[in-house]
Design a binder for this molecule. Structure first.
Ligand code: TPP
Ligand code: MG
Length: 269
């Protein structure tokens, strides 16, 4: 969060729904972020940000950045209706999904961002379905900028925040943040785990511009899926077949990203 706010500067206002980030920023009207923060309901972040944006525009402050700092539950699931309609209106807001792959603030229940087979409080035998592809869904709205980022790759994150800051319209960045407790990661293991998520291909770093131009930012896959999974208690029960099936899904998604990146370099795009 320090890196994001450093790049954005002080002329920024944040909308933060119920989530770990709401606890970190503190109860309104106070905020540890040192910028104005408004805390709406879990359903309504993108609507609240839309209203804040319009109020700022109407009072002569079009350059003030309105950001949303929402969890994956508040984005992929509970806040999705508002987010989709704000994206359809191409609202001029910068939306960060702080993705820890579950409803962590309330005791680690599964969300539609939780990856397949991960054990959570509400999927004690492992989740049956796959992680929702939120970047593709946002891109399908045709918004100007969609990106994934990781706290393990801070230079890439800072570049994406700076790029998003310079664009008008709906910008959407999913930032992967391992949850120590919810994922069962060692106390000093969050950054390593975040790096392994990217390096194994489980969480690729990429950008989608205007809903169709894809860029895969980190094209090396320098660690195995098993080494990423072994850092986390939520995957400890996996069978060899389940790991193979996860690997196949990752390979398929990776090939798709490579193909879309290559197609984006053709003149028509
Ligand atoms: C409509 C609604 N349902 C449930 C809650 C209770 N609640 C508060 S925070 C939270 C978890 C949110 O998960 P996520 O958005 O992923 O953020 P995280 O806690 O993981 O940071 C829940 C379920 C709520 N505030 N509103
Ligand atoms: Mg979450």
């Amino acid at each position: 969060m320090r890196h994001i706010l450093d790049v954005l500067g002080p002329d920024t206002m944040a909308v933060i729904p119920p989530s770990c980030m709401a606890i970190i920023s503190g109860p309104q009207p106070f905020s540890s972020l040192r910028i104005p923060v408004y805390q709406p309901t879990l359903e309504s972040s993108a609507a609240a940000a839309s209203g804040l944006r319009r109020a700022l525009d109407a009072t002569g402050r079009p350059d003030t950045q309105v950001i949303v700092l929402a969890g994956d539950g508040g984005t992929y699931d509970i806040g999705f209706q508002c987010l989709s309609s704000a994206a359809e209106r191409n609202e001029n807001i910068l939306y960060f999904c702080l993705d820890n792959e579950g409803y962590m603030n309330t005791g680690a229940q599964k969300s539609s961002s939780t990856p397949q087979y991960a054990r959570t409080g509400s999927t004690p035998a492992g989740k049956l379905t796959r992680k929702k592809n939120m970047s593709a869904i946002m891109a399908a709205h045709g918004v100007p900028y969609v990106a994934t980022a990781s706290i393990g790759h801070l230079a890439d994150l800072r570049r994406k925040v700076a790029k998003a800051k310079a664009i008008r319209g709906m910008r959407f960045i999913t930032l992967l943040i391992p949850c120590l407790d919810g994922w069962g990661v060692a106390d000093d293991g969050a950054l390593t785990t975040a790096r392994h998520a990217v390096e194994s291909g489980a969480f690729p770093l990429y950008e989608i511009e205007d809903g169709r131009r894809y860029t895969l930012n980190h094209t090396e896959r320098s660690c195995t899926l098993s080494s990423y999974l072994s850092l986390q208690r939520r995957y400890r029960h996996l069978t060899a077949e389940q790991i193979d099936s996860l690997q196949a899904g990752i390979d398929e998604a990776w090939a798709d990203l490579l193909q879309r990146t290559a197609a984006s370099k053709t003149p028509a795009n």
